[in-house]
Ligand binder design. Sequence first.
Ligand SMILES: Nc1nc2c(c(=O)[nH]1)N[C@H]1C(S)=C(S)[C@@H](COP(=O)(O)OP(=O)(O)OC[C@H]3O[C@@H](n4cnc5c(=O)[nH]c(N)nc54)[C@H](O)[C@@H]3O)O[C@H]1N2
Ligand SMILES: Nc1nc2c(c(=O)[nH]1)N[C@H]1C(S)=C(S)[C@@H](COP(=O)(O)OP(=O)(O)OC[C@H]3O[C@@H](n4cnc5c(=O)[nH]c(N)nc54)[C@H](O)[C@@H]3O)O[C@H]1N2
Ligand code: SF4
Ligand SMILES: [Mo]
Length: 689
Amino acid sequence: MTTTLVRGCCPHDCPDTCATITEVRDGRAVAFYANPEHPITQGWLCAKVRPYLERVYSPDRLLYPLRRTGTKGSGSWKRIDWEEAIATISERWKAIIAEYGAAAILPYSYSGTLGLLQTAIVDARLWNRMGASALDRTICCAAAHAAVYATLGARYSPDYDDLLHSRLIILWGHNPASSGPHAMPFIRQAQRSGAYVVVIDPRRTATARSADLHLPINPATDGALALGMMHVIFAEHLHDEPWLEAHTVGWRDLRARAAEYDPERVATITGLPAQTIIELARRYATTKPAIIKTADGIQRHQNGGQTFRALLCLPAVVGQYGVRGGGLAYSTGGYAVWDSEAIGHASECPSPPRSINMNRLGAALTGEVTDPPIMSLFVYCANPLASSPNAGLIEQGLRREDLFTVVHDLFMTDTARYADIVLPATSQLEHLDLHRAYGHRYLTLNQPAIAPLGEAKSNWDVSRLLARAMGYTEPWLHESAEDAIRGVLEASRARNPFLANITFERLQREGTVRLNLSPEDEVPFANGHFPTPSGKVELWSATLAAQGLDPLPRYEPPTEYVTHPLEDGWLTLISAAPHHFVSSSMANQPSLRRKEGEPHVEINPIDAAARDIRDGDMVVVSNERGQCCLRAVISTNVPVGVVAATKGHWASLSPDGRNVNWTTPDALADLGGQSTFHSNRVQIRAARP
Ligand SMILES: Nc1nc2c(c(=O)[nH]1)N[C@H]1C(S)=C(S)[C@@H](COP(=O)(O)OP(=O)(O)OC[C@H]3O[C@@H](n4cnc5c(=O)[nH]c(N)nc54)[C@H](O)[C@@H]3O)O[C@H]1N2
Ligand SMILES: Nc1nc2c(c(=O)[nH]1)N[C@H]1C(S)=C(S)[C@@H](COP(=O)(O)OP(=O)(O)OC[C@H]3O[C@@H](n4cnc5c(=O)[nH]c(N)nc54)[C@H](O)[C@@H]3O)O[C@H]1N2
Ligand code: SF4
Ligand SMILES: [Mo]
């Protein structure tokens, strides 16, 4: 029997975007592993994706469309065929459109896959044509995006191997050992050759344990730390004045702002000794190249936007942008920018009637959004009941008898359990897609390796069926998967020099292709040009001033930290990335659940003793939004006042049918409408009788 090797790409929300190989024999995938040729993947996959065939061939895969037969959430289903499923959806939608208008229909999706076709194109075309409510996709990184565009003008970052040139690496609110593991070998190698590694994180993470210095900062105070560092750097004349003069706007205003953040004040705010802050500032200003590598942890706070702004200012103050091994590494998402018209054909469509912030889903379903209310929810590539904030309110919304909910997924997720119609989705091995990365600068084509399991269909195929049933005849709603990808690639290539010479044929031939970066583009901003309105780093941001926001970075505590003080027994709950799942994806896979352990919360021995909580106790974690039960793990990995759980555990697989998101806030951050998961204060008590 012959074995075929099919090149693919990991679709999950992870900066590494690994290249994969599937071995197929007789139509069945028999092995799945890393493509050894990919320079970032480097021949290994992470612990969660290595056993991917367990996910693909899981006995829990949805294989047929289902129609709800019992009450919402009761779990009684009847198998139906696709014809009936699509007819049911389209008839219901036509009736809703006739009565309320298409704005009453809300598509809800996020990062189940990050593909160009199955995500970007599917997120746009059908909904644009329909005139449905748009979704503000703000759950993950909206504050950082707004801060980066305001300050630097583009999301440019170097590849991980650039770290080999760094002498100082500050991993700031970032835990790559779990959340982007392919950076770790480069960090280790740099460290072995003498680079000094600092981790700034309230938790002692796996990444922190291997650093030269771990600074357990008070949550949501990083903006104050960054301003305190600038205070010291300016006060000691360690700043790079010629660089600031040539490449920035407003550095003197920033210096005046930083003057308000003396080390003693910052010590009180951050919980770090003043001497440590001074030493960190000196080290940062005098060790070059110095890179700040950050991700998303620090922005999931009410002050996340201003915090990110403060971090973005630091490399400018010491003249480290445009330097190999220096600057700030956040996201490489600004290179392979797709042509938005080719993606969504918006100019041929009605303009979206309104936009709904995804972090407010529960509120939107229960009265915040009216005229028209949301009457139908179409969920795909997302599991909001497990992953979105204030989940108790989402559950209340999903129980609405008059809400018509459709969920398209590979599994019967927490959210799917509340659907009226459930549709089976294909896995990455069963569909075509093209992937860019947010952690490096390569494109990877994912070729389908096997036929769809059961009657599973890809997002694009479902979108095409729905478009036909709705009577939409535009050819761009009906083209083949390959034509859709080719069309966007070609239109984007015509405008974007980073895509020059990258054709679909070349991607088919080579699998992974490096973006077309000239030697000048290799190091972000090496040409001294920043695509902001001024062409410079906007330390004083005209963009933010125009929005009535503070044009200079500042520190303000999250409101909840003020209204729910530690002195009254409140604790800050951080719920960061789990090691063995990606958000709630893969969190139903038995072998990974075993490795991750049952849903738990880490609590400092002092906080535990004060509450008579013993290691291994079941505890109730609660606030005014809701509660969940978790196993207590007493640990000095968290400082006093901070408790740590992880995101991702399915509510339906948790002790009391809820997860941490029953407590997380749906308040929005200061920039971009960003989520504020970590600006969360809770009470904890043992569940003993
Ligand atoms: N294994 C795994 N990998 C993932 C994911 C996953 O779920 N699992 N999720 C993916 C997704 S969707 C994303 S967005 C990225 C996120 O990538 P990261 O941002 O690296 O991941 P997080 O764990 O969300 O947050 C990083 C760290 O921020 C810390 N943190 C929280 N609040 C603060 C604060 O106020 N200050 C400081 N300094 N640190 C703080 C947390 O303790 C955590 O260790 O990871 C992706 N990769
Ligand atoms: N408490 C807390 N919660 C958080 C965070 C946090 O820090 N703390 N972080 C947030 C962040 S950063 C993010 S990005 C969000 C992620 O939130 P979501 O985008 O909701 O991600 P998942 O929970 O992984 O759900 C993705 C779903 O898509 C499905 N899927 C995968 N591939 C496909 C496909 O091809 N087609 C279809 N139709 N479905 C598919 C998967 O099976 C899975 O059920 O979670 C957020 N939730
Ligand atoms: S989740 Fe990340 S590290 Fe793991 S295989 Fe996918 S891209 Fe690679
Ligand atoms: Mo995310």
